[in-house]
Write a protein that binds this ligand. Structure first.
Ligand SMILES: Nc1ncnc2c1ncn2[C@@H]1O[C@H](COP(=O)(O)OP(=O)(O)OP(=O)(O)O)[C@@H](O)[C@H]1O
Ligand SMILES: [Mg+2]
Length: 247
């Protein structure tokens, strides 16, 4: 259904002791969109992902996924419904091969594949898709950063997402690696038709990929709009973009 709200987070607040990490945040993502979530370090971006994906319960507010309430559900239940997130700090099974890591995603993900051979074939297809097939039999701990990021994308794809939350999938990459990783994200969106909400500091990537951007500042949503509107928003420039606006 076009224009169906895939995700709606309503009036989300999250308190850690005396700190309001999120305050009355509203964010929605329509089916087929690719939305960027930006903000300075500590703005609450990862916390919002943790709340949406069920890692933390919100202090208040509700989360709806495909029109159904998921507030308070366990992360694996939310994942199995098709809402999958990647981690800013990637944590693969370091002593397993790349292939086994992705197979694990298939075996425990949404459709809980039982057949090992099928899981293996599907995992290889995904590795091909993210450009990591030639390293299928390397131990995850032997990968460099760019390949770790690819593996994290592959693992998330193995869970068969309808909505993918990407937490800094490009952070720390060289300019060439960034362009390659952007292409993978674009392919995930266009070929696999997966809806994406992505946290990213690399503005070139956010403006290049996203049709809409949401800005968090000290736990509050301060702006929302097209990349052009965001780049021209004085409050956003003041709070976050600063002099990097031309970069
Ligand atoms: N589990 C936690 N316990 C206590 N405070 C936390 C916890 N998780 C996050 N915070 C605090 O909440 C605020 C928001 O953190 P969060 O990690 O969401 O920011 P972020 O926008 O993802 O930043 P970055 O760009 O550095 O990844 C920070 O002040 C952080 O210290
Ligand atoms: Mg973060």
């Amino acid at each position: 259904m076009k224009d169906m709200k895939m995700l709606e987070a309503r009036n989300i607040s999250k308190r850690f002791g005396g700190l309001m990490a999120l305050e009355d945040v509203n964010i929605s993502v329509a089916q087929g969109e690719i939305v960027g979530l930006i903000g300075a370090n500590g703005a609450g971006k990862t916390t919002l992902f943790n709340v949406i994906s069920g890692t933390y319960a919100p202090t208040s507010g509700r989360i709806l996924f495909k029109g159904r309430e998921i507030t308070g559900m366990r992360p694996h239940e939310i994942c199995r419904r098709g809402l999958v997130r990647t981690f800013q700090v990637v944590k693969p099974f370091r002593n397993m091969t790349v292939l086994r890591n992705v197979m694990a995603g298939k075996l425990f993900g949404k459709d809980r594949v039982k057949n090992l051979e099928y899981a293996r074939e599907e995992a290889l297809k995904i590795l091909e898709f993210v450009g990591l097939a030639q390293k299928a039999h390397v131990l995850a701990r032997g990968l460099g950063l760019a390949d770790h990021k690819r593996l994290e994308l592959a693992r998330s794809l193995a869970a068969d997402p309808e909505l993918l939350l990407l937490d800094e999938a490009l952070a720390g990459l060289t300019p060439t690696e960034t362009v390659e990783a952007m292409e993978i994200v674009r392919k995930i969106h266009e070929k696999l038709q997966i809806t994406i909400l992505m946290v990213e500091h690399v503005m070139k990537a956010v403006t290049g990929l996203c049709s809409r951007i949401v800005v968090l500042h000290y736990g509050r949503k301060i702006a929302e709009g097209t990349p052009k509107e965001i780049a021209e928003n004085p409050e956003v420039v003041e709070a976050y973009l600063g002099e990097s606006i031309e970069a």
